[in-house]
Design a protein around this ligand. Structure first.
Ligand code: ZN
Length: 188
């Protein structure tokens, strides 16, 4: 396994696919490797988890230069962990995502009767799915979604609902956590 000192990633080839750098060397246990890039609030949670597991972790703000030049708070962070603990860290991230998915799934399905959608969206889905009970199909999709994540607070509407993204077979649903309106269904 090789390591690009420029991008802080582990690679198979000798040339870095990200930056094109040719001087990649053998990776060492202590090399900090890019784990992921997420919202700063998500990274704060992960940093705590890693601390509890004694995994050293370095966070770097990542965002657009325009925002940072205006002194606005950067929204994303990149997290790096030593190569020796990279797999363990990835496993923890996967386990946390799975737990979060189940928590959000329960949160939605507990109030499944309150799920609703705009008539326009319903008409479109009736046509696409050739089904009358499109809300029923949506419930099944949420029940079987492989991943559900909190996309942050809605800033466009009333209330303090969060966007919940449900990734299911053949469709991605976006649900308002508070009103339980199905805001959009993107068919794949
Ligand atoms: Zn590189």
């Amino acid at each position: 396994m090789n390591y690009c000192e420029n991008c802080h990633i582990v690679i198979h080839a000798s040339r870095c696919p990200a930056c094109g750098g040719k001087d990649c060397r053998e990776v060492r246990e202590e090399d900090f490797c890019l784990l992921l890039e997420r919202k700063a609030s998500d990274c704060a949670v992960l940093k705590e988890v890693f601390e509890g597991e004694d995994i050293p972790c370095v966070a770097m703000p990542s965002g657009n230069g325009f925002r940072s030049s205006l002194g606005l708070r950067l929204e994303n962070e990149k997290l790096f962990v030593p190569y020796a603990q990279l797999e363990q860290a990835k496993e923890l991230v996967r386990a946390l995502a799975a737990r979060e998915t189940e928590r959000l799934r329960d949160q939605i399905l507990q109030h499944a009767d309150a799920l609703h959608m705009a008539p326009r969206l319903a008409r479109r889905l009736v046509k696409k799915w050739k089904a009358e009970d499109v809300l029923g199909v949506c419930k099944e999709k949420i029940a079987s979604a492989r991943r559900i994540e909190d996309g942050g607070r809605r800033l466009d509407g009333p209330g303090s609902g969060h966007f919940l993204f449900c990734y299911a077979d053949g469709a991605m649903l976006c649900v308002d956590s508070e009103s339980l309106e199905i805001l959009s269904v993107t068919l794949q």
